[in-house]
Design a protein around this ligand. Sequence first.
Ligand code: HEM
Length: 218
Amino acid sequence: MSAIALYRSAVGKKAAMAASGLVLFGFVLLHLLGNLQVFLGADKLNAYSRFLHSLGGLLWAARLILLGAVLVHIVAAYQVAAMQRAARPIGYARRQNLASTYASRTMKYGGVVILLFIVYHLLHFTFGNAHPAFNPDDVYANVVTGFRVVPVALFYIAAQLALGLHLRHGVWSLFQSAGIHGVRLEGQLKLGAAAFAAFVTLGNISIPVAVLAGLVHL
Ligand code: HEM
């Protein structure tokens, strides 16, 4: 089967979602580990940011891969949903959610919230248009002054909860698409997906919380 014919099938689209999801998931994890250096002080975080910016072409290649993964993920998600709607043109007379979880039913809404978060986040910490005191040479100060604005910190926390729910179901689906499943494994895989999602969510949330609590300061 050609790659195009495979992509036309539901299985192919799910594989595209899984592959792009894996790239995004890798980024979120690396980004979190990089950001946690805020707890090691301004010098460490700023040196890390300078290192990333010094990569030049490599950084741009990573950005393009990331952007490509976001686009594939959204287009494939939209197409899978459209195929599912086409398979059942008349809605259920009475909908009962028997085999789905809250996380799986909210993937679409969570995805939209995450997308809006990313647009705001780039304007906030990368371009600085939405930041009250942006300094392109001082990422640490940007984080501290950025999260001192309480509604902004609260928005970040809410967005991380949406991301956590999305990741929990996404990682679980990734296991399924990769053929890692089975009755005996199910409990462990669910636990693994939930533990990973909780690590990312709590790790990200710890940063605005630490700024608001005065633990991370200028
Ligand atoms: C509270 C959690 C987060 C903090 C404190 C944070 C912090 C930052 C900072 C300071 C930058 C600018 C880095 C620099 O210019 O050197 C940045 C960039 C970025 N962040 Fe986050 N981030 C968080 C969560 C996220 C999440 C959850 C995502 C994606 C879902 C994300 C996606 C990005 C992207 C795409 C960039 C631009 C990278 C580039 O191309 O330069 N961030 N983040």
